[in-house]
Design a protein around this ligand. Structure first.
Ligand code: UFG
Length: 329
């Protein structure tokens, strides 16, 4: 029996596949390679190229393989794009998940682990954020992820499917092997953008606002290493395989760093001065997002191994300096 990783050629998906293979699991990957990379597909995983919105494609994978459970990463995830093109997010994220669930129900596959996000909370009521806190997304990306969580709940009640939703905070870093890492196009995330400066691809990093109500005026985020996220997916699948009930977990380190602190740490790691300039705020950025991950620790036994920001940035730098154009040659 195998685990199907939908979106297993993307950033967090590929790192999860590497951890699953290392743990001795049989892995099947499905990915349309729209934002994923064939080079990120683990050589020991079986790969099917196709789109989650195609019922024919999804059915064909479930018919060809014996699947125990699904880990679902196949979605669009750019906050800015979700605001200018919300229908793309409803189509791929919600309609895609609908097709996947229809096919799972038809094939009697009843376990799914799902990528959710801190963006489901919107502007938080308090930090650290608990899973029971108010969810009120400030962007369409977060709205579609919250709707997907609700779909799982109702389909679960009707058809006996169980799910674990993992609400990631700021995913970053790269695999210790240096084989895979973050490669988005366009890139919008802070750490890879900072590292474009020492890589000679950008003059300076922009700091989006220094007038927030935080210790140095810049936004605070909870940065979590992608390999620690990957481990949580294995624990979540094992939790479902053990027959446990549907659940939702935050995944973060519970420690917040300001944008300026992240830039300073990158200066230390790279030995480059990394010039920074203050620019206006980016619309929709909450001042502070910090997770409480106590639930994932106590219920799943999750224990992040790479919480140190310097180690996280060093792993990202190891990837970006050797792959300045991502997976492109
Ligand atoms: N930032 C800058 N300059 C940049 C890029 C980012 O100052 O050039 C700042 C942002 O304003 C933010 C912080 O750096 O304060 C982190 O920004 P990212 O774009 O790296 O990450 P976000 O916190 O915006 O987004 C992440 C995930 C999303 C998810 C969101 C949840 O990437 O998928 O967390 O809030 F929706």
């Amino acid at each position: 029996m195998a685990i199907l990783v939908f979106g297993g050629a993307g950033y967090i998906g590929s790192h999860t596949v590497y951890e699953l293979v290392d743990a001795g699991r049989d892995v099947v990957i499905a990915d349309n390679l729209e934002t994923g990379h064939i080079e990120a597909v683990h050589p020991k995983a079986k790969f099917y190229q196709g789109d989650i919105r195609s019922r024919e494609f999804v059915d064909s994978v479930f018919e060809a393989e014996k699947i125990d459970g699904v880990i679902h990463f196949a979605a669009n995830s750019l906050v800015g794009e979700s605001m200018t093109n919300p229908l793309k997010y409803y189509d791929n994220n919600l309609c895609g998940t609908k097709v996947l669930l229809e096919s799972m129900v038809a094939h009697g596959i009843d376990k799914i682990v799902f990528s959710s996000t801190a963006a489901t909370y919107g502007e938080p009521e308090r930090v650290p954020i608990l899973e029971t806190d108010r969810t009120d997304p400030t962007n369409c990306y977060g709205e579609t992820k919250l709707s997907m969580e609700k779909m799982f709940k109702w389909i679960g009640l009707a058809h006996g499917l169980r799910f674990v939703s993992l609400r990631y905070f700021n995913a970053c870093g790269a695999h210790v092997s240096g084989q895979i890492g973050e490669a988005h196009s366009p890139e919008t995330h802070l750490i890879p953008l900072i590292l474009q400066v020492p890589n000679g691809q950008r003059e300076a990093i922009s700091i989006f606002g220094d007038d927030y109500d935080t210790k140095d005026g810049t936004c605070i985020r909870d940065y979590i290493h992608v390999t620690d996220l990957a481990q949580a997916h294995i624990l979540a699948m094992d939790y479902l395989l053990a027959g446990k009930e549907s659940n939702i977990f935050n995944l973060g380190n519970g420690v917040g760093f300001t944008v300026k602190e992240v830039i300073d740490t990158a200066r230390k790691v790279t030995g480059h001065p990394i010039p920074a300039k203050i620019t206006p705020r980016r619309a929709g950025d909450p001042a502070q997002l910090i997770a409480s991950s106590e639930k994932a620790k106590s219920v799943l036994g999750w224990n992040p191994q790479h919480a140190d920001l310097e180690e996280i940035i060093a792993s990202a730098w190891n990837w970006h300096k050797n792959h300045p154009h991502g997976f492109a040659k």
